[in-house]
Ligand binder design. Structure first.
Ligand code: DAH
Length: 349
């Protein structure tokens, strides 16, 4: 019976080993591996159970079985350690695979905005005037009728003062949204002694219905030079040079007589059509010329009203609509596109 016990226990140990090795070979997760460790080597494990039975063995048999049990436990421990290493390596490899960065995948591009085409033109115009020693000034859009009209020699009864054309804030027609940038002439002359060289871009407002060429809000640039001995020749020379810098060296300008209350004499400046060079085409509507701006010699009444002695000083001024200029510059057919800010439109410039 003792011999049989010995034999049985040996067999049992060998069987445990075979089973354990097989189970370990097929293990694929670390928690399953831990379960196997507990099953075979744990306190209530199978090897421990065998060792607990050793009390029934003879003194000779005990060391033999004990040695065998320890050896098998060591082998199983080793196998577990090996599998544990293998599983760790596999897990690492899987994580690396998962976290691989494919540098060939196109990145998410950020949309970068750009300057509105009209402000691109404005920047160019400012640069040209700054290069000629002009100062850029900006000021209020809510204006007194006194500055928008009276001090510019647009007296009571002038058609531009009509309620139907102007956004007034008050019943007495004294406060309004400026209808032109020309009041900037007055502000600058009132706070600055000549010599003056300034340009003043900004928004202006008129009661116009929106269509392809009109908007109740649009932009103008005003400009003015006041000094001793300034003549119409300075006006023509300077504005022609600006046109050449804006539209190209070969640009031809012409000046036609006109009327503005705040200048005397007054004129309008055209440029010869940059597309057909005067022959007449769709860009210039068959005229051969494109109207660019209004200008003139600052009226002595306007100078005197600002405390500038018109017998000592003279000057010239101009004003034009920025949208219209940008439309022509970029060959855009509809004013509304300038204000709608559709990105598909803006991206083209
Ligand atoms: N203020 C005028 C307008 O809105 C434009 C203008 C014409 C401005 C002649 C000037 C000028 O300074 O001299 O139509």
């Amino acid at each position: 019976m003792r011999k049989e016990g010995n034999h049985n226990m040996k067999q049992k140990l060998e069987q445990i080993k075979a089973e354990a090795m097989e189970a370990l070979g097929g293990v694929s997760a670390s928690d399953a591996l831990e379960q196997l460790r507990v099953k075979y080597l744990g306190k209530k494990g199978e090897i421990t159970a065998i060792l607990k039975q050793m009390g029934g063995l003879s003194a000779e048999e005990r060391p033999v079985i004990g040695q065998l049990a320890n050896q098998i436990r060591a082998e199983i421990e080793q196998a577990i350690a090996q599998q544990s290493k293998r599983l760790e390596a596999a897990a690492l490899a899987a994580r690396l695979e998962l976290e691989t960065v494919d540098v060939t995948i196109p990145g998410q591009t950020r949309k970068i905005g750009m300057k509105h085409p009209m402000y691109q033109v404005l920047d160019q115009i400012k640069d040209i005037f700054i290069g000629m020693g002009f100062e850029v000034v900006e000021d209020r859009e809510v204006e007194l009728a006194e500055y928008n009209f009276d001090k510019l020699n647009e007296t009571e009864g002038h058609p531009a003062r009509e309620w139907s054309d102007t956004f007034y804030f008050t019943e007495d027609s004294k406060i309004l949204l400026r209808t032109q940038t020309s009041p900037m002439q007055i502000h600058v002359m009132e706070r600055q002694k000549p010599p003056i060289r300034m340009v003043a871009p900004g928004r202006v407002y008129r009661k116009d219905e929106v269509d392809a060429t009109h908007s109740p809000m649009f932009h103008q640039i005003e400009g003015m030079v006041i000094d001793k001995g300034i003549t119409m020749a300075d006006l023509k020379g300077t504005l022609s040079q600006v046109a050449r810098q804006l539209y190209g060296e070969q640009t031809v300008t012409r000046f036609r007589p006109h009327h503005f209350p705040f200048t005397e004499p007054s004129c309008e400046m055209d440029i010869q059509c940059y597309k057909c060079h005067g022959a007449g085409c769709s860009t210039c509507k068959g005229e051969g010329w494109i109207e660019l701006l209004g200008a003139g010699m600052v009226h002595p009444k306007v100078l005197e009203g600002c405390g500038i002695d018109s017998s000592v000083y003279s000057g010239w001024a101009f004003g034009f609509g920025l949208e219209r200029l940008a439309l022509a510059y970029f060959k855009i057919s509809d004013l509304r596109l300038i204000f709608e800010n559709d990105v598909r439109f803006l991206e083209q410039f």
